[in-house]
Design a protein around this ligand. Structure first.
Ligand code: COA
Length: 262
């Protein structure tokens, strides 16, 4: 599939979606948002893609947030702003709720909307030189792509408020200490480490991975008893899959399982 602002490639069960505007630090334009929606459609329906990796072109930026030149050139009314951002919310929520696991490979600065995209991923792996920040307050606005909520849920309200109020630009190590990224790797190892992680997840039974994701995400939004019930329903559905039979049979027969996603 051809895009102007993205690159999409599928290999070894891993779809890699690259935000591709290196001349502008991969900043998000309306065109990029439209293309992101189309790219997610393509990955969602591609059985060869079991894991989605999102990264940025080049080694300077994952994504420097909204394209501030495009933003500065428009003066939307509050109602226009509301409906435009509502569409962005829906796009980012789609990424967060993507049925397949999503890894953000932070290859440089992830600021503003770039950090918000990263927050929608299930896992974040950062290069040593990466930076992370919801920097909008420095510009007189606040995150409007879900960042205030996802950040607070990940690191807690007090830490989230400090980061938001100060528009902090964290180093990868600082982000790791807050639990904002799963791991930090040497910059020249980022692609290889993310690939190994993605391939390892892609080799697992896809339905089990998907339901594990849903159990965590849906459970965190529900009361504990409802969440525990959801876990059981998901486990019960999985018990009747070919992959569950294959997984257990392969263990007994001391061989590597072959999972088919059914
Ligand atoms: N929107 C549009 N263009 C952007 C951009 C953005 N968010 N971020 C960077 N660019 C452009 C710069 O304008 C510059 O273009 P130019 O060469 O035509 O002037 C180019 O990308 C390179 O950026 P530059 O700032 O020169 O590179 P740098 O290596 O010194 O710094 C960043 C990189 C990411 C640290 C810096 O660009 C930055 O802080 N960007 C803004 C981040 C931000 O506040 N995002 C929140 C948006 S709500």
């Amino acid at each position: 599939m051809e895009f102007e602002t993205l690159r999409l490639a599928v290999e070894d069960g891993v779809a890699t979606l690259t935000l591709h505007r290196p001349e502008a630090m991969n900043a998000i334009t309306q065109r990029m948002k439209d293309e992101l929606g189309a790219a997610l459609d393509a990955v969602a329906t591609d059985d060869a893609a079991r894991v989605l990796v999102v990264t940025g072109a080049g080694d300077k930026a994952f994504c420097a947030g909204a394209d501030l030149k495009e933003r500065a050139a428009s003066e939307p009314t509050p109602a226009e702003f509301f409906f435009r951002q509502q569409a962005t919310h829906r796009l980012f929520t789609r990424l967060e709720q993507f049925a397949k696991p999503v890894i953000a490979a932070l290859n440089g600065a992830a600021f503003g909307g770039g950090a918000e995209i990263a927050l929608c991923a299930d896992l974040r792996v950062a290069a040593e030189h990466a930076r992370f920040g919801l920097t909008e307050v420095a510009l007189g606005v606040i995150p409007a792509g879900g960042g205030t909520q996802r950040l607070a849920r990940l690191v807690g309200p007090a830490r989230a408020k400090e980061l938001l109020f100060t528009a902090a630009r964290l180093t990868a190590t600082e982000a790791l200490a807050l639990g904002l990224v799963n791991r930090v790797v040497p910059s020249d190892r980022l692609a290889a480490e993310v690939r190994a992680l993605a391939v390892a997840i892609a080799a697992k039974p896809p339905l089990a991975v998907r339901f594990a994701k849903q159990a965590v995400d849906k459970g965190l939004q529900a009361d504990l008893q409802t969440a525990l019930d959801f876990e059981l329903y998901a486990a019960a559905i999985l018990f009747d899959t070919e992959d569950r039979r294959e997984g257990m049979r392969a263990f007994v027969e001391k061989r590597t399982p072959r999972f088919v996603g059914r």
